[in-house]
Design a protein. Sequence first.
Length: 459
Amino acid sequence: MGKVLVIGLDAAAPDLVFNKFRDELPNLTQMAENGLYGRLRSCHPPITIPAWIVMVTSINPGKLGLYGFRHRRGFSYTEITLPSSLSVREKRVWDYIGEAGGKVCLIGVPPTYPPQPVNGWLISCMMTPDTKRQYTYPPELRNEVESLVGEYIIDVSFRKEDRESVLKDIYIMTEKRFKVIKHLLKTKSWNFFMFVEIGLDRIQHAFWKYFDKEHHLYEPGNMFENAIMDYYKYLDLEIGEILSLIDEDTTVLVVSDHGAKRMKGAFCINEWLIEEGYLRLKEKPKGVKSLEEAHVDWSRTIAWAWGGYYARIFINVKGREKNGVVDPRDYESVRDEMKREMERIRGPSGEKWNTKAYKPEELYPTCRGNPPDLIVYLDDLYWRSAGTIGHENLYLPENDLGPDDAVHDYDGIFILYDPKREIHGRADLSIYDVAPIILRIMNLPIPSNMEGRVPEEIK
């Protein structure tokens, strides 16, 4: 069995790693120049959940039944559930490795809370509510972690106006994580080691407008101009230390679940539904309210939406929802009409948008769980979907739920570095290819249900 180390950098952007910051990242650049590298096309939707679990299962979100960070509870209008490790019924790459006798070490791969038994060691992910809960497997690993770094930090709050404290918190979290990573690399006997650093995603959401001159809120000469680049440089330095701890028999993969780019603004999707007559209120809210707080007249509502980096549209179907109004016989015609109308939405100055509204079955052969009726990417994902109600304008210059300067992009990064094998060049791959590649490197069979492929350069 071979040895594989997977370095997961949540939201690492190819244009930054391979172009803009290339000369500032000697370790990542050295691996790319001496290995195989390129863009890694994410899944639909390109969101942390489901993207990481798609990567380690090579199975699409529809079959997994995971469409984002939250899901409807049944066909409720307001109740939600959060995905967890218990939501994943398909085997992950580390399950196959463990079954073959390989030892695994996993840190922060979403969703791995609550921690489930593995053939090795596990520290759960950013879905962990807090570290008062059990967040390791085996449970005694927690004592080892906390004796090393004190209170372990799972994630940070980044949608705060106090950006200095956000920056400080991200570095404290990341320093502790890498201290634990390096400790486990040295003290555990492993065949497969994978970690995900969520700090990169957080720093890009919190500081993108400070460095991107094309961002509509960019201010020249601001104090956070180099915050994102400096964090990339810090990660590269830590990666260099990690590389010094592994032997030449270890193949390294550097991956990200999706990319990132500037946010042009937030589009008030539920306000648009109200204007178009799809969503009805009993009374206009005083101030900005969440959909749950607003007085929705469900008996006259055709559809409503959830906000986020993409919009989820739900149709109020008779016999499915409690107060459904759309006859099931009219469901497809209503859905087709809404799809057409959404793709015609224009920007605040009347500019044409590249908006795509998808029926889930157009993206996934199977749709398990409780998918939305439409998945909508506003203007090629540049515009975030604002689900709150009570705004005076459909177009907001900033996120409706707190400071957030970036949106997700379709492509993450991929670097494969094997000091013993002559694998060089550029190859743009799919997120579905990662699990088969790992199994091929480790000389293990690739299950027939995996949807990715092993590129010729690696075979």
